[in-house]
Design a protein around this ligand. Structure first.
Ligand SMILES: NC(=O)c1ccc[n+]([C@@H]2O[C@H](COP(=O)([O-])OP(=O)(O)OC[C@H]3O[C@@H](n4cnc5c(N)ncnc54)[C@H](O)[C@@H]3O)[C@@H](O)[C@H]2O)c1
Length: 303
């Protein structure tokens, strides 16, 4: 176990923690002294049921290392499922300090071919899957706060470059991840009064979700540092989950390998205001001038 147990005594839920980045978070939180609820319903990459139980396997790994963990197999986007997940943390470990929203799957397709079911399923698992767990967790924390018990809690959401910059072939996923970025801002503004911070990460790591995207980075470098290992994402998430991050809220961090970056979100840019309504035909040169003066957009992934 880690000697720097910056989350000692804290109870942490990590959703989608049976595999990939979520599994790395669960193990890293346990190593930092936290008691972990390992949520995962064991779905395939496209969200289909598999009958697999990866959450139980991660719990066994944590216990083998001397840590405390319990498995949860609920669907994070199901209203009652999310409620059971939060309640399980409280019933098992006596409370909840950190919620890491990470679960999700992809159904990639160009927008021209994207079906209604593919849209609904991906928006549901990511965007609703973040809202449902946050909603039940904040209800618990508000109750604690109103009862006069100290709350020093954290929510860490998982967005993506696909949401922040756009990604060809991922219109459904990118929209959900942009929604999570927006939800993080509103939640951080609303939850501060209860002692809860809300931040988000946009990670990049090699998992089954990105095996093909990062195919050219599959080879392990000679020096032993695997820049695309999911374990590289977790130290920042564990720090954000600790008491040390109390002053940080409403932020988006891009994380990959040894790099941590603070993302600059939508902000008010160059403007012109003549104090009266424009006619459409007047606006060509006005928009051209704004574009000339403003920041160019980031390139869309895959464009
Ligand atoms: N891998 C990357 O480079 C990358 C980049 C940007 C964002 N992300 C995001 O990081 C998160 C983790 O992705 P990953 O790459 O580790 O993928 P992954 O497929 O390895 O892990 C996702 C896990 O979520 C679980 N899951 C899916 N739907 C669920 C549900 N409804 N309830 C509970 N569990 C569910 C799956 O069973 C799976 O174990 C996702 O939100 C993903 O969109 C990943």
């Amino acid at each position: 176990m880690d000697t720097e147990q910056i989350c000692a005594g804290r109870t942490v839920i990590v959703t989608g923690a049976g595999r990939g980045i979520g599994r790395a978070h669960a193990l890293a939180f346990a190593a930092a002294g936290a008691k972990v609820v390992v949520n995962d319903l064991g779905s395939a990459l496209d969200g289909a049921a598999t009958g697999e139980t990866p959450a139980e396997q991660v719990v066994a790994e944590i216990e083998a290392l001397g840590g405390s963990a319990v498995a949860n197999g609920d669907d994070v986007a199901d209203w009652q499922g999310g409620q059971r997940l939060i309640q399980q943390a409280i019933d098992t470990f006596g409370g909840l300090d950190v919620l890491v929203n990470n679960a999700g799957f992809v159904r990639d397709r160009m927008l021209v071919n994207l079906g209604e079911d593919e849209w609904d399923a991906v928006i549901r698992v990511h965007l609703k899957g973040h809202f449902v767990t946050m909603r039940h967790a904040i209800e618990y924390w508000r109750g604690e706060s109103k009862a006069g018990r100290p709350v020093d809690a954290r929510i860490i959401n998982t967005s993506s470059g696909a949401g922040l910059q756009g990604s060809v072939g991922q219109g459904n996923y990118g929209a959900a991840k942009a929604g999570i970025a927006g939800l993080t801002l509103t939640a951080s503004a609303e939850f501060g009064r209860y002692g809860v911070t809300v931040n988000s990460i946009a990670p990049a790591a090699r998992t089954r979700m990105t095996e093909t995207v990062f195919a050219d980075t599959m080879a392990r470098p000679e020096d032993g540092f695997d820049a695309m290992a999911p374990e590289n994402i977790s130290p920042l998430v564990v720090w954000l989950g600790s008491a040390q991050s109390a002053a940080v809220t409403g932020r988006m961090f891009e994380v990959e390998g040894g790099k941590v970056a603070l993302a600059d979100g939508w902000r008010h840019g160059v403007a012109v205001d003549r104090g009266a309504r424009w006619s459409p035909a007047e606006l060509g040169p006005v928009v051209a001038d704004l574009i000339a003066k403003g920041m160019p957009p980031e390139p869309v992934y895959g464009a």
